[in-house]
Design a protein around this ligand. Structure first.
Ligand code: GAL
Length: 393
Protein backbone atom coordinates (compact mmCIF):
# COMPACT_ATOMS: atom_id res chain seq x y z
CA UNK A 1 0.00 0.00 0.00
CA UNK A 2 2.87 2.26 0.81
CA UNK A 3 4.43 2.92 -2.53
CA UNK A 4 3.24 3.38 -6.02
CA UNK A 5 4.81 0.87 -8.38
CA UNK A 6 8.23 1.78 -9.64
CA UNK A 7 7.24 1.24 -13.25
CA UNK A 8 4.47 3.73 -12.88
CA UNK A 9 6.69 6.07 -10.92
CA UNK A 10 9.53 5.98 -13.39
CA UNK A 11 7.53 7.31 -16.27
CA UNK A 12 5.27 9.87 -14.61
CA UNK A 13 7.45 12.92 -14.89
CA UNK A 14 6.57 14.20 -18.34
CA UNK A 15 2.87 14.07 -17.62
CA UNK A 16 3.53 15.80 -14.33
CA UNK A 17 5.26 18.69 -16.01
CA UNK A 18 2.45 19.25 -18.44
CA UNK A 19 -0.36 18.90 -15.98
CA UNK A 20 1.07 21.05 -13.23
CA UNK A 21 1.47 23.97 -15.57
CA UNK A 22 -1.80 25.67 -14.69
CA UNK A 23 -1.59 25.19 -10.94
CA UNK A 24 -1.42 28.10 -8.54
CA UNK A 25 1.81 29.09 -6.85
CA UNK A 26 1.99 28.80 -3.09
CA UNK A 27 3.13 31.42 -0.59
CA UNK A 28 6.86 31.39 0.14
CA UNK A 29 6.25 33.30 3.33
CA UNK A 30 5.67 30.29 5.61
CA UNK A 31 9.04 28.72 4.83
CA UNK A 32 11.50 31.43 3.73
CA UNK A 33 14.29 29.17 5.02
CA UNK A 34 14.13 25.36 5.36
CA UNK A 35 11.78 24.42 8.23
CA UNK A 36 13.50 23.39 11.46
CA UNK A 37 11.96 21.31 14.20
CA UNK A 38 11.33 17.76 15.31
CA UNK A 39 9.19 14.90 14.00
CA UNK A 40 7.95 11.88 15.93
CA UNK A 41 8.40 9.17 13.30
CA UNK A 42 12.09 8.23 13.22
CA UNK A 43 12.33 7.51 16.93
CA UNK A 44 8.81 6.86 18.20
CA UNK A 45 6.92 5.64 15.09
CA UNK A 46 3.51 4.49 16.37
CA UNK A 47 4.47 4.95 20.03
CA UNK A 48 3.61 8.61 20.11
CA UNK A 49 1.06 10.30 22.34
CA UNK A 50 0.14 13.61 23.91
CA UNK A 51 2.47 13.27 26.91
CA UNK A 52 5.43 12.37 24.70
CA UNK A 53 4.81 15.31 22.39
CA UNK A 54 4.64 17.69 25.36
CA UNK A 55 7.86 16.24 26.73
CA UNK A 56 9.57 16.81 23.36
CA UNK A 57 8.37 20.42 23.33
CA UNK A 58 9.67 20.91 26.88
CA UNK A 59 13.01 19.39 25.91
CA UNK A 60 13.29 21.49 22.77
CA UNK A 61 13.16 24.57 24.96
CA UNK A 62 15.23 23.27 27.91
CA UNK A 63 18.00 21.92 25.67
CA UNK A 64 18.44 25.22 23.86
CA UNK A 65 17.26 23.79 20.54
CA UNK A 66 14.49 26.38 20.27
CA UNK A 67 17.03 29.14 20.75
CA UNK A 68 19.18 27.54 18.05
CA UNK A 69 16.27 27.88 15.59
CA UNK A 70 14.20 24.71 15.93
CA UNK A 71 10.47 25.54 15.94
CA UNK A 72 8.14 22.78 14.72
CA UNK A 73 6.98 19.88 16.85
CA UNK A 74 5.53 17.55 14.23
CA UNK A 75 3.25 14.64 15.02
CA UNK A 76 3.63 12.01 12.30
CA UNK A 77 1.31 9.08 11.57
CA UNK A 78 -0.89 7.24 14.12
CA UNK A 79 -2.64 10.18 15.85
CA UNK A 80 -5.82 9.74 13.78
CA UNK A 81 -9.08 8.48 15.27
CA UNK A 82 -12.52 8.10 13.74
CA UNK A 83 -14.75 10.57 11.91
CA UNK A 84 -18.00 11.53 13.58
CA UNK A 85 -21.41 11.45 11.88
CA UNK A 86 -20.67 14.84 10.31
CA UNK A 87 -17.37 13.54 8.92
CA UNK A 88 -15.19 15.55 11.29
CA UNK A 89 -11.91 13.81 12.15
CA UNK A 90 -11.08 13.23 15.81
CA UNK A 91 -7.75 12.18 17.28
CA UNK A 92 -7.55 8.72 18.79
CA UNK A 93 -7.22 8.02 22.53
CA UNK A 94 -3.49 8.80 22.50
CA UNK A 95 -4.34 12.47 21.85
CA UNK A 96 -7.29 13.41 24.07
CA UNK A 97 -7.36 17.11 23.14
CA UNK A 98 -5.43 18.30 20.10
CA UNK A 99 -6.32 21.96 20.60
CA UNK A 100 -5.06 21.87 24.18
CA UNK A 101 -1.86 20.24 22.91
CA UNK A 102 -1.43 22.95 20.27
CA UNK A 103 -2.02 25.64 22.91
CA UNK A 104 0.65 24.02 25.08
CA UNK A 105 3.19 23.82 22.25
CA UNK A 106 2.44 27.42 21.26
CA UNK A 107 2.87 28.57 24.86
CA UNK A 108 6.47 27.37 24.59
CA UNK A 109 7.11 29.57 21.56
CA UNK A 110 6.92 26.54 19.26
CA UNK A 111 4.63 25.41 16.44
CA UNK A 112 2.68 22.19 15.99
CA UNK A 113 2.63 19.98 12.90
CA UNK A 114 0.39 17.09 11.94
CA UNK A 115 0.22 14.35 9.30
CA UNK A 116 -2.35 12.96 6.88
CA UNK A 117 -2.72 11.33 3.47
CA UNK A 118 -4.58 12.26 0.28
CA UNK A 119 -5.71 8.62 0.19
CA UNK A 120 -8.43 6.96 2.25
CA UNK A 121 -5.81 5.58 4.67
CA UNK A 122 -2.43 6.74 5.92
CA UNK A 123 0.68 4.60 5.52
CA UNK A 124 0.13 3.06 8.96
CA UNK A 125 -3.50 2.32 8.07
CA UNK A 126 -5.18 5.20 9.91
CA UNK A 127 -7.86 7.53 8.58
CA UNK A 128 -6.71 9.61 5.59
CA UNK A 129 -8.21 12.82 4.20
CA UNK A 130 -9.69 11.63 0.90
CA UNK A 131 -13.06 13.27 0.39
CA UNK A 132 -12.64 15.33 3.58
CA UNK A 133 -9.89 17.72 2.57
CA UNK A 134 -11.67 21.00 3.31
CA UNK A 135 -13.12 19.61 6.51
CA UNK A 136 -9.74 18.36 7.74
CA UNK A 137 -7.92 21.57 6.88
CA UNK A 138 -10.57 23.49 8.81
CA UNK A 139 -10.20 21.15 11.78
CA UNK A 140 -6.41 21.53 11.73
CA UNK A 141 -6.75 25.32 11.63
CA UNK A 142 -9.21 25.24 14.53
CA UNK A 143 -6.80 23.17 16.56
CA UNK A 144 -3.98 25.61 15.75
CA UNK A 145 -1.90 23.40 13.47
CA UNK A 146 1.02 25.11 11.71
CA UNK A 147 2.44 22.37 9.45
CA UNK A 148 0.97 19.45 7.49
CA UNK A 149 2.91 16.49 6.12
CA UNK A 150 0.71 14.96 3.42
CA UNK A 151 1.86 11.43 2.61
CA UNK A 152 0.76 9.70 -0.61
CA UNK A 153 0.25 6.24 0.97
CA UNK A 154 -3.04 4.68 -0.14
CA UNK A 155 -3.55 7.06 -3.04
CA UNK A 156 -0.91 4.96 -4.83
CA UNK A 157 -3.13 1.95 -5.61
CA UNK A 158 -5.91 4.12 -7.04
CA UNK A 159 -3.33 5.86 -9.21
CA UNK A 160 -2.18 2.51 -10.54
CA UNK A 161 -5.78 1.36 -10.99
CA UNK A 162 -6.41 4.36 -13.25
CA UNK A 163 -4.63 2.38 -15.96
CA UNK A 164 -2.41 5.07 -17.46
CA UNK A 165 0.53 7.13 -16.36
CA UNK A 166 -1.18 10.34 -17.35
CA UNK A 167 -4.32 9.55 -15.40
CA UNK A 168 -2.29 8.39 -12.41
CA UNK A 169 -0.35 11.61 -12.35
CA UNK A 170 -3.49 13.69 -12.79
CA UNK A 171 -4.94 11.97 -9.72
CA UNK A 172 -1.85 12.74 -7.69
CA UNK A 173 -1.62 16.40 -8.71
CA UNK A 174 -5.33 16.93 -8.16
CA UNK A 175 -5.09 15.43 -4.70
CA UNK A 176 -2.16 17.60 -3.67
CA UNK A 177 -3.76 20.72 -5.14
CA UNK A 178 -7.00 20.01 -3.36
CA UNK A 179 -5.36 20.03 0.05
CA UNK A 180 -3.33 23.11 -0.86
CA UNK A 181 -6.57 24.94 -1.67
CA UNK A 182 -8.17 23.65 1.53
CA UNK A 183 -5.25 24.83 3.66
CA UNK A 184 -5.30 28.25 2.08
CA UNK A 185 -9.05 28.56 2.51
CA UNK A 186 -8.51 28.36 6.27
CA UNK A 187 -6.55 31.62 6.20
CA UNK A 188 -4.04 30.13 8.65
CA UNK A 189 -0.41 29.99 7.55
CA UNK A 190 0.33 26.25 7.40
CA UNK A 191 3.55 24.80 5.99
CA UNK A 192 2.61 22.23 3.34
CA UNK A 193 5.00 19.26 3.18
CA UNK A 194 4.51 16.76 0.35
CA UNK A 195 5.60 13.20 0.93
CA UNK A 196 5.50 10.90 -2.10
CA UNK A 197 9.03 9.48 -1.84
CA UNK A 198 10.52 11.57 -4.64
CA UNK A 199 8.97 9.78 -7.60
CA UNK A 200 8.03 11.43 -10.88
CA UNK A 201 10.61 14.22 -10.43
CA UNK A 202 8.50 15.89 -7.76
CA UNK A 203 11.13 18.64 -7.50
CA UNK A 204 9.92 19.87 -10.89
CA UNK A 205 6.27 20.24 -9.88
CA UNK A 206 6.03 20.14 -6.08
CA UNK A 207 5.89 23.93 -5.89
CA UNK A 208 3.17 24.19 -8.49
CA UNK A 209 0.78 22.15 -6.34
CA UNK A 210 1.52 24.42 -3.37
CA UNK A 211 4.22 22.38 -1.62
CA UNK A 212 6.67 24.30 0.54
CA UNK A 213 8.81 21.18 0.65
CA UNK A 214 8.67 17.77 -0.94
CA UNK A 215 10.38 14.55 -0.04
CA UNK A 216 12.90 13.67 -2.73
CA UNK A 217 13.54 10.11 -1.53
CA UNK A 218 12.19 7.03 0.19
CA UNK A 219 12.52 6.72 3.94
CA UNK A 220 15.77 7.35 5.74
CA UNK A 221 17.01 4.86 8.35
CA UNK A 222 19.57 5.23 11.11
CA UNK A 223 22.36 3.60 9.10
CA UNK A 224 25.28 5.34 7.44
CA UNK A 225 24.80 3.53 4.13
CA UNK A 226 21.14 4.55 3.85
CA UNK A 227 21.77 8.12 4.96
CA UNK A 228 24.64 8.39 2.45
CA UNK A 229 22.62 6.88 -0.41
CA UNK A 230 19.90 9.44 0.19
CA UNK A 231 22.08 12.44 0.97
CA UNK A 232 24.70 12.07 -1.75
CA UNK A 233 21.91 11.05 -4.15
CA UNK A 234 20.67 14.65 -4.07
CA UNK A 235 23.27 15.70 -6.63
CA UNK A 236 21.73 17.77 -9.40
CA UNK A 237 18.65 18.90 -7.46
CA UNK A 238 19.94 22.27 -6.25
CA UNK A 239 18.32 24.26 -9.02
CA UNK A 240 14.86 23.21 -7.90
CA UNK A 241 15.09 24.72 -4.40
CA UNK A 242 14.45 28.31 -3.38
CA UNK A 243 12.86 30.18 -0.49
CA UNK A 244 9.45 28.63 0.18
CA UNK A 245 10.22 25.60 -2.03
CA UNK A 246 12.61 23.06 -0.57
CA UNK A 247 13.85 19.63 -1.50
CA UNK A 248 13.41 17.35 1.51
CA UNK A 249 15.80 14.37 1.77
CA UNK A 250 13.88 13.20 4.87
CA UNK A 251 14.29 13.80 8.58
CA UNK A 252 17.43 13.63 10.68
CA UNK A 253 18.60 10.50 12.47
CA UNK A 254 21.19 12.32 14.59
CA UNK A 255 21.16 10.88 18.11
CA UNK A 256 19.20 7.72 17.39
CA UNK A 257 22.24 5.53 17.99
CA UNK A 258 22.81 3.76 14.67
CA UNK A 259 25.72 5.95 13.54
CA UNK A 260 28.76 7.28 15.35
CA UNK A 261 29.48 10.96 15.97
CA UNK A 262 31.70 11.26 12.89
CA UNK A 263 28.86 9.89 10.74
CA UNK A 264 26.23 12.09 12.37
CA UNK A 265 28.42 15.15 11.68
CA UNK A 266 28.54 14.03 8.05
CA UNK A 267 24.73 13.70 8.06
CA UNK A 268 24.22 17.13 9.62
CA UNK A 269 26.82 18.81 7.38
CA UNK A 270 25.35 17.34 4.22
CA UNK A 271 21.79 18.32 5.19
CA UNK A 272 23.00 21.87 5.86
CA UNK A 273 24.76 22.03 2.49
CA UNK A 274 21.56 20.74 0.88
CA UNK A 275 19.47 23.49 2.52
CA UNK A 276 17.39 20.57 3.76
CA UNK A 277 14.67 20.89 6.37
CA UNK A 278 16.30 20.15 9.74
CA UNK A 279 13.74 17.99 11.50
CA UNK A 280 15.38 16.18 14.38
CA UNK A 281 14.13 12.61 14.63
CA UNK A 282 15.56 11.58 18.01
CA UNK A 283 14.20 11.59 21.56
CA UNK A 284 14.96 15.14 22.69
CA UNK A 285 14.49 14.20 26.34
CA UNK A 286 17.46 11.81 26.22
CA UNK A 287 20.25 13.49 24.29
CA UNK A 288 23.94 13.10 24.97
CA UNK A 289 25.93 16.36 25.00
CA UNK A 290 27.49 15.18 21.73
CA UNK A 291 24.10 14.77 20.03
CA UNK A 292 22.99 18.18 21.25
CA UNK A 293 26.23 19.76 20.08
CA UNK A 294 25.75 18.30 16.59
CA UNK A 295 22.13 19.42 16.35
CA UNK A 296 22.75 22.91 17.69
CA UNK A 297 26.04 23.92 16.09
CA UNK A 298 25.18 27.52 15.23
CA UNK A 299 27.57 27.78 12.30
CA UNK A 300 26.23 24.62 10.67
CA UNK A 301 22.66 25.80 11.17
CA UNK A 302 23.61 29.17 9.65
CA UNK A 303 24.75 27.36 6.51
CA UNK A 304 21.41 25.55 6.25
CA UNK A 305 19.39 28.65 7.06
CA UNK A 306 21.37 31.11 4.94
CA UNK A 307 18.90 33.79 3.79
CA UNK A 308 19.90 33.45 0.12
CA UNK A 309 18.10 30.09 0.18
CA UNK A 310 20.44 28.40 -2.28
CA UNK A 311 20.84 24.63 -2.12
CA UNK A 312 24.36 23.21 -2.42
CA UNK A 313 25.43 20.60 -4.92
CA UNK A 314 28.25 18.24 -5.75
CA UNK A 315 31.40 19.83 -7.16
CA UNK A 316 33.60 16.75 -7.62
CA UNK A 317 33.47 13.04 -6.98
CA UNK A 318 36.61 10.95 -7.06
CA UNK A 319 35.57 7.45 -6.09
CA UNK A 320 34.32 7.70 -2.50
CA UNK A 321 35.72 11.23 -2.04
CA UNK A 322 33.24 14.00 -2.72
CA UNK A 323 33.31 17.77 -2.51
CA UNK A 324 30.04 19.66 -2.16
CA UNK A 325 29.52 23.42 -2.06
CA UNK A 326 26.67 25.75 -1.16
CA UNK A 327 26.59 29.41 -2.16
CA UNK A 328 25.91 31.69 0.82
CA UNK A 329 24.74 35.27 0.92
CA UNK A 330 27.47 37.87 0.46
CA UNK A 331 29.47 35.66 -1.88
CA UNK A 332 30.71 33.22 0.76
CA UNK A 333 30.65 29.46 0.25
CA UNK A 334 30.18 26.48 2.50
CA UNK A 335 32.22 23.51 1.32
CA UNK A 336 32.13 19.91 2.52
CA UNK A 337 35.05 17.53 1.91
CA UNK A 338 33.53 14.08 2.38
CA UNK A 339 35.20 10.71 2.72
CA UNK A 340 32.66 7.91 2.16
CA UNK A 341 35.28 5.19 2.32
CA UNK A 342 36.04 2.96 5.30
CA UNK A 343 39.60 4.32 5.62
CA UNK A 344 40.89 7.74 6.57
CA UNK A 345 41.70 9.57 3.37
CA UNK A 346 42.96 12.91 2.10
CA UNK A 347 40.34 15.01 0.33
CA UNK A 348 41.27 18.23 -1.40
CA UNK A 349 39.68 21.19 -3.08
CA UNK A 350 41.13 24.06 -5.05
CA UNK A 351 38.87 27.00 -4.21
CA UNK A 352 38.78 27.94 -7.89
CA UNK A 353 36.64 24.78 -8.28
CA UNK A 354 33.94 26.47 -6.20
CA UNK A 355 34.31 29.77 -8.03
CA UNK A 356 36.60 31.60 -5.60
CA UNK A 357 39.68 33.29 -7.01
CA UNK A 358 42.58 34.31 -4.80
CA UNK A 359 43.11 33.63 -1.12
CA UNK A 360 39.95 33.73 1.02
CA UNK A 361 39.25 33.55 4.72
CA UNK A 362 38.89 29.85 5.52
CA UNK A 363 37.19 28.46 8.61
CA UNK A 364 36.94 24.88 9.87
CA UNK A 365 33.34 24.80 11.10
CA UNK A 366 33.26 21.72 13.35
CA UNK A 367 36.75 22.53 14.65
CA UNK A 368 35.60 26.13 15.24
CA UNK A 369 38.99 27.33 13.97
CA UNK A 370 40.05 29.99 11.51
CA UNK A 371 42.61 28.50 9.15
CA UNK A 372 43.86 31.73 7.58
CA UNK A 373 43.53 33.02 4.02
CA UNK A 374 43.89 30.12 1.62
CA UNK A 375 43.44 29.23 -2.06
CA UNK A 376 43.04 25.48 -1.59
CA UNK A 377 42.66 22.96 1.18
CA UNK A 378 43.67 19.36 1.72
CA UNK A 379 42.34 17.57 4.77
CA UNK A 380 42.83 14.12 6.24
CA UNK A 381 39.20 13.12 6.68
CA UNK A 382 38.25 10.13 8.84
CA UNK A 383 36.29 7.20 7.42
CA UNK A 384 32.68 8.33 6.75
CA UNK A 385 33.68 11.80 7.88
CA UNK A 386 33.63 15.39 6.67
CA UNK A 387 35.70 18.53 6.84
CA UNK A 388 33.20 21.37 6.65
CA UNK A 389 34.62 24.74 5.64
CA UNK A 390 33.27 28.24 5.32
CA UNK A 391 35.08 30.28 2.69
CA UNK A 392 35.00 34.04 2.49
CA UNK A 393 32.35 36.33 3.95
C1 GAL B 1 6.05 6.86 5.27
C2 GAL B 1 6.81 8.17 5.34
C3 GAL B 1 7.44 8.24 6.70
C4 GAL B 1 6.36 8.17 7.76
C5 GAL B 1 5.50 6.93 7.60
C6 GAL B 1 4.30 6.93 8.53
O1 GAL B 1 5.46 6.73 4.03
O2 GAL B 1 7.76 8.22 4.32
O3 GAL B 1 8.22 9.42 6.81
O4 GAL B 1 5.58 9.35 7.68
O5 GAL B 1 5.03 6.84 6.27
O6 GAL B 1 3.44 5.85 8.34
Amino acid sequence: MKRIGTTVAAALSMAALTMAAGARAGPASVAPTPPMGWNSWNHFAAKIDDATVRAQADAMVASGMRDAGYRYINIDDTWEGARDAAGVIHPNAKFPDMKALADYVHSKGLKLGIYSSPGPKTCAGYEGSMGHEAQDAKTYAEWGIDYLKYDLCSLGPSMIASGSLEKAQAIELEAYKKMDAALRATGRPIVYSLCQYGVAQVWRWGGSVGGNLWRTTGDITDRFSRMATIGFGQAGLSKFAKPGRWNDPDMLEVGNGGMNAVEYRTHMSLWALLAAPLLAGNDLTKMTPETLAILTNREVIAIDQDPAGRQGDRVTAEGPLEVWAKPLSGGAKAVGLFNLSDQPSYVEVDFAQVGLKGPVKTRDIWGAKDLGRLKAYRALVPAHGVMLLRLGG
